[in-house]
Ligand binder design. Structure first.
Ligand SMILES: C[S@@+](CC[C@H](N)C(=O)[O-])C[C@H]1O[C@@H](n2cnc3c(N)ncnc32)[C@H](O)[C@@H]1O
Length: 204
């Protein structure tokens, strides 16, 4: 199952340009705003989970963040991001792993995930993810398709969420800081309704 999933994503990043996939955004404004809202130090550890070849890392470097990790199941995605950042790469920690197999060696001050968590559809997988963030994250930004969003992403089934669902999943360790819905305009000029929630650990 895991190797099928990895093959799917390697294939996507091998064969499709950013303009050919729905999730591409030129400027990840919401993610940057929500990360800024936590007011963490520039030396804080930030991880972009399922980061793919998103430009979030570029903007975080430009803002002065010094300790950034990008995790993705696809080595091709990481390769693309690495190549793009060859000139300004400053010690980015590149991690190729299925998030469910990831065993962090450190706690992250900010855990960002836009459109990766929503691919987990079984109760077991969702609980495993929650267990990892509960152990290893202090602040979380989660972006998922909303209940008004698509049912699939990259041809794969996803789980749709509302703010109450995410809060219920994370409530034992985290408090909700903010939640809002927004439409993402895809490179094909269609709209996808996203939910973005941010959370802070109850006791840091
Ligand atoms: C829809 S894309 C979003 C990419 C990026 N976060 C963005 O906003 O542009 C989903 C990403 O999650 C990665 N992914 C999917 N399932 C994963 C898993 N189980 N573990 C790690 N990465 C995963 C994919 O390879 C892909 O890069």
């Amino acid at each position: 199952m895991d190797s099928t999933l990895k093959k799917h994503w390697e294939n996507v990043y091998q064969n499709k340009t950013p303009e050919q996939v729905s999730w591409t955004q030129k400027f990840p404004k919401t993610s940057l705003d929500l990360i800024a809202q936590f007011d963490v130090d520039l030396s804080s550890k930030i991880i972009d989970v399922g980061g793919g070849d998103s430009h979030l890392v570029d903007f975080l470097i430009d803002e002065g963040y010094e300790n950034i990790s990008v995790l993705d199941i696809s080595s091709k995605a990481i390769e693309r991001a690495k190549d793009r950042l060859a000139d300004k790469e400053q010690n980015i920690h590149w991690i190729i792993s299925n998030i469910l197999d990831f065993m962090p060696e450190t706690k992250y001050d900010v855990w960002h995930d836009r459109a990766a968590f929503h691919f987990l559809t079984s109760k077991k997988d969702i609980e495993s993810y929650v267990k990892i963030v509960s152990q290893f994250a202090n602040h979380i930004v989660l972006g998922t398709f909303s209940k008004n969003g698509p049912l699939k992403c990259s041809g794969l089934p996803i789980s749709q969420y509302n703010a109450e669902d995410l809060q219920a999943l994370l409530k034992s360790d985290f408090e909700l800081v903010s939640s809002h819905y927004e439409d993402h305009t895809t490179p094909f000029d269609t709209q996808q309704n996203f939910l973005f929630c941010s959370f802070r650990r109850k006791t840091i």
